[in-house]
Design a protein around this ligand. Structure first.
Ligand code: ZN
Ligand code: ZN
Length: 336
């Protein structure tokens, strides 16, 4: 008795049999219980994966007959892999998918607001594209989950989840699905009334995503700074811009030319004066333009950068929202 004898065709025959006699009778006939985790998704319906494979064995090898539950008991992977190879969708309902991050929620809410009058069908091109984008964003944030991870079904559900905050739905007495994390509400409150800002945040996230292509893990590591309202990917992109060697060099050179030395533009700290030759030319760059005013493809101008010592720079980014230069100055002069 071996799973290797089963063919895709035999699986299709088993699926047809299950359709014909009904799931309960099918499980009973082959001696399986209601599955706890593994299902085959086929034509919009879910089938018990192991029972289907057991029955399929009987179709593939009539001489040996169907596989029993006991024979399939410890074969999670072996059931799943051939099915996937034949193009069947296997879902593990026991695996939980991670909570949605801000970056993903912004993309979903932007879609929701733009399709407010008519949310496209689950299987539509638009939802599939959205699901692809969200999937890519989630993976670059290091998230992963079950086979249904951020698929079009899940993405569609998330869109429906937003309805519970939408006065147009709740006002009419209709209430959206109640599941979803706290992040859903935060993102809704922040962005739902500012569709333009929301849309540019979504664009920026996708730009940040493509700007990470080909970078190593250390280059995309989440910096030790508070997250921008536009999420992690944009935060990382912001920091990569500040750290661009070429830009930092150019800014230092221009500042040196104008002032004869480099020092912190907020507190005046001069590394060379404090530490001697070791501190020569040492300073950090901070990008002053609020992230949401940036164009996805915009180049950083030298005027957008200020020189800050390490302490001042850390203070700017230590908490959300980041400080403006005026706010930083005010803290330093004690005028809180
Ligand atoms: Zn400083
Ligand atoms: Zn900065």
């Amino acid at each position: 008795m071996s799973l290797a004898d089963i063919t895709a065709d035999a699986v299709r025959q088993a699926l047809a049999e299950c359709d014909e006699i009904g799931r309960e009778a099918f499980l009973h006939r082959y001696g399986f219980g209601e599955p706890r985790s593994y299902f085959i998704e086929h034509n919009g319906l879910r089938y018990p994966a192991k029972a289907i494979m057991g029955a399929a064995h009987g179709y593939a090898r009539p001489d040996l007959g169907p596989l029993q539950h006991a024979e399939l008991k410890h074969s999670k992977l072996r059931v799943r892999e051939p099915l996937k190879k034949w193009g069947f969708t296997v879902v593990n309902t026991a695996a939980r998918n991670p909570t949605w991050r801000r970056d993903e929620l912004i993309l979903a809410l932007d879609f929701y607001i733009r399709h407010h009058d008519y949310v496209p069908d689950k299987a539509s091109k638009e939802i599939v594209r959205l699901s692809d984008n969200i999937n890519a964003v989630a993976r670059s944030l290091g998230l992963s989950g079950s086979d249904s991870f951020r698929n079009s079904n899940g993405v569609y559900m998330k869109l429906m989840n937003f309805r519970r905050f939408d006065p147009e739905y709740t006002g009419g007495g209709k209430v959206g699905l109640s599941r979803g994390g706290r992040g859903d509400e935060e993102v809704w409150n922040e962005f739902a009334d500012h569709p333009e800002r929301l849309h540019s945040a979504a664009d920026l996230i996708l730009a940040a995503l493509s700007s990470e292509q080909g970078l190593s893990d250390t280059e995309t590591e989440l910096p030790d700074i508070a997250e921008a309202p536009e999420g992690r990917l944009v935060t990382r992109m912001h920091q990569r811009r500040e750290r661009s060697r070429k830009l930092v060099k150019a800014k230092n050179r221009a500042f040196m030319k104008a002032h004869g030395r480099v020092y912190c533009e907020a507190c005046g700290f001069d590394f060379e004066r404090a530490y001697g030759p070791r501190g020569n030319g040492f300073i950090e760059c901070h990008h002053t333009k609020p992230v949401h005013t940036l164009d996805a493809g915009a180049k950083t101008k030298l005027d957008d950068l200020v020189l800050l010592c390490a302490n001042c720079h850390r203070m700017v980014h230590a908490k959300a929202p980041w400080l403006s230069m005026v706010e930083l100055q005010r803290l330093l002069t004690g005028g809180v």
